[in-house]
Design a protein around this ligand. Structure first.
Ligand code: APR
Length: 246
């Protein structure tokens, strides 16, 4: 893919970049996305049956096993060139903030630092009753059903943000600030449908940022983007970073 010269110039001149990623950036690692036809998780599983606090309370063991299956899947794959390119970009630009909607931890495994995990992390757990400093009574990842909280005896739950739940306040504030301050916004592998993450682009645009979208399909952000690179992030992002480093 030829990266437009004007895009290369804007990327070279950018002083403060915000990168927002979604499940598409992990697709080439073998992690299913959420909404893609046939392969997306929500094509095969009902999110309201699996990714809500109500669903957890109605069948904790089922939900726990489903997240254990996702943890094992992610533990068995590797970051792909898209993840590594973002980590490399971080090392060659003045300031870069990486906000991910992904809960797989693959950005960190690729070397990205200070990743804002907007929707939490699959490998984290916390007490359902939000006891501070709660620790599971037994090793979480071996259990067939959710372990109990060492503080209140209630359920421990996966450390992800479920539908209907608020974004962790620190992540929300840090992402909003980065969107407000950035001069270049790079959206990668997200359908830009789920809020409030989908609103970060709008915030960046209001601040006059250059808007770049790297995605397989068109999204609500496409029309608002100055540059659209249509294709696989694992192929495009290395080219993009090469364009300002090689
Ligand atoms: N390279 C680039 N883009 C890709 C690739 C790829 N290899 N594979 C898929 N895509 C694109 C698809 O075209 C789609 O637009 O990634 C997007 C994935 O969209 P979704 O499946 O909706 O995932 P995401 O945007 O991350 O979902 C947001 O919704 O279900 C919740 O909490 C969950 O964080 C998730 C949030």
């Amino acid at each position: 893919m030829t990266i437009p010269a004007e895009l290369v110039e804007r990327l070279r001149d950018a002083r403060n970049i915000l990168v927002l990623t979604g499940s598409g950036v992990s697709a080439e690692s073998g992690v299913p996305t959420f909404r893609e036809a046939q392969s997306g998780l929500w094509e095969n599983f009902d999110p309201l049956q699996l990714a809500t606090p109500e669903a957890f309370l109605s069948d904790p063991a089922l939900i726990w096993r489903w997240y254990r299956w996702r943890r094992e899947l992610v533990a068995a794959v590797e970051p792909n060139p898209g993840h590594f390119a973002i980590a490399r970009l971080e090392s060659v630009v003045e300031q870069l903030t990486l906000v991910t909607q992904n809960v797989d931890g693959l950005h960190q495994r690729a070397g990205s630092s200070d990743v804002i995990e907007y929707h939490g992390n699959l490998f984290a757990t916390h007490c359902f009753n939000r006891c501070p400093e709660a620790a599971p009574k037994c090793p979480a990842n071996k259990a067939d059903s959710p372990p109990q909280c060492g503080t209140c005896g209630g359920w421990m739950r996966p450390g992800v943000v479920w539908f209907g739940e608020a974004i962790p306040p620190a992540a929300l504030a840090a992402a909003d600030e980065a969107a407000h301050d950035c001069d270049l916004f790079l959206s990668v592998g997200t359908s830009s449908l789920v809020w409030p993450a989908a609103g970060l682009g709008e915030l960046a645009m209001q601040s006059g940022a250059t808007m770049i979208e790297v995605n397989l399909d068109a999204t609500p952000l496409t029309e608002q983007s100055h540059f659209v690179l249509r294709g696989k992030s694992g192929e495009i992002l290395p080219e993009l970073v090469n364009s300002i480093t090689v």
